[in-house]
Design a protein. Structure first.
Length: 410
């Protein structure tokens, strides 16, 4: 028998038992559909995490006030302001590869426009902040030198604040009041969405740092140069761990911290957080795919069982074929072909159901789903492999029958 004759014979055999063939492929269908859906959901989750991390900015090191000891009692993190603008200037000037070192003041307050008001986050920044955060201006302009050095009463607003106070109106040029201080909006920030902790990054008002310190948050002589945090952006390709250690050594030197003493600051390497989140997402995707793959094994066992039953039912047919000149290889090829056809049909149906399942998850749960070509190819190859692996034993058993034994079978 040539290949075409073998294929036709296998298809005739499968058509003769349509219901049994359909039930046999069910396990493969479920397995392939589950694998494609789970991989799409996992990839969607991974890309969502990547986008959220990207919105924070890339290659970032965040320096925060640390713990201090008073009267032998260790106070909580950030309990005392230990960072100053001079620290940011030193980092910017003395550490190679630093693109920006942005000192920041933080607070919250009510923003008023006309008879509308909105409670939001207030940040005092300098011109490095937008660089560090990779934050673009959607409308208007960013702060200039006169704004930053002259304690100008100006502000940049996020999309959420603009929507709550101005609706669809362009807010640039309009005046808001923050803690009784009038601020003219000079720019609208580009949208960033939520961060990985679910916080709305667009619910924010940015103010020149000297304006925020002198007019909004207030200051004292002891805190004339203090800041709540420093955001350090390193050049692309920088060794982030080495940069973190360099920042740490520099700040210990500037703060005159002796060997053996605890740091009075905390450093968070956001690049490591990004890598950890992506690794977690990838591990989750692999776990989901592994769980779904169990259905493929179950489906393969089902194919083996049905093919063994088919060999038993068709023993006389096998005997007749052998008696009229069919070779053992022909019998082996035919039964293997039937098993592979069942697996491939189940795989193709499973691919369709996998796409449908992924789209259903996206629609019902509003979860990002990303289908990948290699996942579909992997599913089809897996289906073929299942057919070959689990179909080989029944096919081999059929091919090893002797004509006399087969013809005696009732």
């Amino acid at each position: 028998m040539n290949g075409l004759d073998t294929l036709r014979s296998a298809l005739r055999s499968l058509r003769a038992n349509r219901l049994r063939s359909a039930l046999t492929t069910l396990g493969i269908v479920i397995g392939i559909a589950a694998v494609i859906t789970m991989l799409a959901v996992g990839e969607g989750a991974r890309r969502q995490v990547a986008e959220q991390m990207k919105s924070l900015g890339s290659n970032l090191i965040l320096v925060l006030p640390g713990t201090v000891t008073s009267g032998g009692v260790r106070l909580g993190s950030g309990s005392k302001i230990t960072l100053r603008e001079a620290d940011a200037r030193a980092i910017r000037a003395e550490i190679p590869g630093v693109l920006a070192a942005a000192p920041t003041l933080r607070g919250s307050g009510q923003v008023v426009y006309g008879n509308l008001n909105w409670s939001t986050q207030l940040y005092g920044i300098d011109d490095d902040y937008l660089v560090a955060r990779d934050w673009m201006i959607a409308r208007g302009r960013k702060f200039d030198d006169n704004d930053l050095r002259g304690k100008a009463k100006v502000a940049l607003v996020g999309e959420t604040v603009a929507h709550m106070l101005f609706g669809g109106t362009d807010p640039t040029g309009l005046t808001i009041r923050v803690k009784g201080v009038p601020l003219t909006i000079v720019g609208l920030l580009d949208g960033k969405g939520q961060n990985v902790m679910g916080q709305d990054q667009d619910d924010i008002v940015l103010i020149p740092i000297d304006t925020a310190r002198g007019r909004i948050f207030g200051q004292s002589a002891a805190r004339a140069d203090s800041v709540a945090s420093i955001t350090v952006k390193m050049a692309e390709g920088s060794d982030m761990r080495a940069a973190e250690e360099t920042v740490k050594r520099l700040l210990r030197q500037k703060h005159r911290i002796q060997p053996g003493q605890d740091d009075d600051f905390n450093i968070r390497n956001l690049s490591e957080i990004v890598q950890a989140e992506q690794a977690s997402s990838s591990a989750l995707s692999a776990l989901l795919a592994a769980i779904a793959s169990v259905s493929l094994i179950v489906g393969g066992i089902g194919i083996m069982n049905i093919m063994l039953v088919s060999v038993t039912e068709r023993t006389r047919e096998i005997g007749i074929r052998l008696a009229v000149g069919a070779r053992r290889g022909d019998i082996l090829t035919q039964f293997m072909t039937e098993a592979v056809i069942l697996s491939l049909l189940g795989g193709l149906v499973g691919v369709g159901l996998g796409f449908g399942g992924g789209l259903l998850v996206q629609r019902l749960l509003d979860w990002p789903v990303v289908f990948q070509a290699h996942a579909v190819l992997l599913a089809v190859i897996s289906a073929s492999a299942v057919g070959i692996f689990f179909g080989w034993y029944p096919a081999r058993k059929a091919s090893r029958l002797t004509p006399v034994e087969a013809l005696r079978h009732d």
